[in-house]
Design a protein around this ligand. Structure first.
Ligand code: SAM
Length: 244
C-alpha cells in the first residue's frame, strides 16, 4: 500500500480525477491511498487566511507558511517517514525516472501552491524535494499533483493489472514505444502492418524493436545517448542515419 497526501486550498479538485479509471480501482483494491487535505484547515486566524501580501511589495499574494506547517503536523507528515514534495516550476523536471524514485517511498506528501507561490520558508524547512512538471507556469499545483500521483501510482505492483505493459512502454527502457494497432485490420484503406498479423513472435519482437529505435531517433534522439542498446541496435541506427 502506498499513501499519497495532497495539501491544497482546493482539495475538491481531486475527487473526480482520482474517483475514476485505474486509480479508482487501485484505491478500491487497497493498493494506494490518496488523501487530499485543505490547507485552510491549518489557518488559525479569524478569516482562515492561507495567503498574504509579499514582504517588500510586489504583485499578487504569497501562500503563508503556518497553515502548511500545521497541516503537515496534523497528518503526521514527519521527516524520515514520508517524502514531502513541493510542486513548483522551479523544481527538478519530473520524469519517468523520478516517478520510479518516488514509487520507492511508502508515503509521498505533495504540497500545491497558488497565486505567486509559497513562502520561501516552506521550501527551506518543510520539504525534501521540489518538482516541476515542465517549463511552463500553472495557476496552481493541483494539476501537477495529479500528474505526479498518476505516474507514480501506475508503477505500484498490481495497479496496472498488466505489468508487462509498463515494461514495454515509452521511457521504460530509455526508448519511445513502437506504434500500436487494434482491430479492424483495415479501415478506409489504412492497413495494419502485415508483420503484426503474422503470428511470428520473433519477427514481431524484432519489428517492434526497430520501430522503437526509429521513432526514438526521429523524435527524441537525445534519449539514445543513455538507452541500453545492443550491437544490433547500433548497427540498425547507423544504417538508418545513412538513409537519405
Ligand atoms: C503561478 S505559480 C507560481 C509561480 C512562481 N511565481 C514562480 O515564478 O516560480 C502557482 C503555483 O502553481 C504551481 N505550479 C505552477 N507551475 C508549475 C509547474 N510547472 N510544475 C509544478 N507546479 C507548478 C506551484 O505549486 C506554484 O506555487
Amino acid at each position: 500500500m502506498m499513501r499519497f497526501d495532497i495539501l491544497s486550498i482546493f482539495p475538491e479538485m481531486f475527487e473526480s480525477f482520482f474517483g475514476c479509471s485505474l486509480l479508482k480501482k487501485a484505491r478500491d483494491r487497497g493498493l494506494i491511498r490518496i488523501e487530499a487535505h485543505n490547507i485552510r484547515d491549518g489557518a488559525t486566524d479569524r478569516h482562515r487566511m492561507t495567503d498574504d501580501y509579499p514582504y517588500g511589495g510586489g504583485a499578487g499574494m504569497v501562500m503563508k507558511v503556518e497553515p502548511i506547517a500545521r497541516v503537515l503536523e496534523a497528518i503526521d507528515a514527519v521527516p524520515g517517514e514520508c517524502l514531502r514534495v513541493l510542486l513548483t516550476p522551479q523544481g527538478e523536471t519530473f520524469s519517468q525516472a523520478i516517478a520510479g524514485e518516488l514509487a520507492q517511498s511508502s508515503r509521498v506528501v505533495l504540497i500545491c501552491g497558488h497565486y505567486e507561490g509559497v513562502d520561501e520558508r516552506v521550501r527551506q524547512n518543510l520539504v525534501d524535494r521540489e518538482i516541476s512538471i515542465g517549463d511552463y507556469v500553472l495557476t496552481g499545483g493541483e494539476a501537477a499533483a495529479m500528474v505526479v500521483v498518476d505516474a507514480v501510482a501506475r508503477l505500484i505492483p498490481g495497479v496496472l493489472g498488466n505489468e508487462e505493459s509498463a515494461r514495454h512502454e515509452s521511457f521504460a527502457k530509455g526508448l519511445l514505444e513502437s506504434p500500436q494497432y487494434t482491430r479492424p485490420e483495415e479501415f478506409r484503406g489504412w492497413k495494419v502492418p502485415d508483420v503484426l498479423l503474422s503470428g511470428h513472435h520473433r519477427e514481431i519482437e524484432d519489428w517492434r524493436r526497430r520501430e522503437s529505435l526509429k521513432r526514438t531517433l526521429e523524435r527524441r534522439p537525445d534519449l539514445l545517448a543513455t538507452a541500453a542498446l545492443t550491437e544490433k541496435d547500433r548497427t540498425f541506427l547507423e544504417d538508418l542515419k545513412k538513409e537519405p
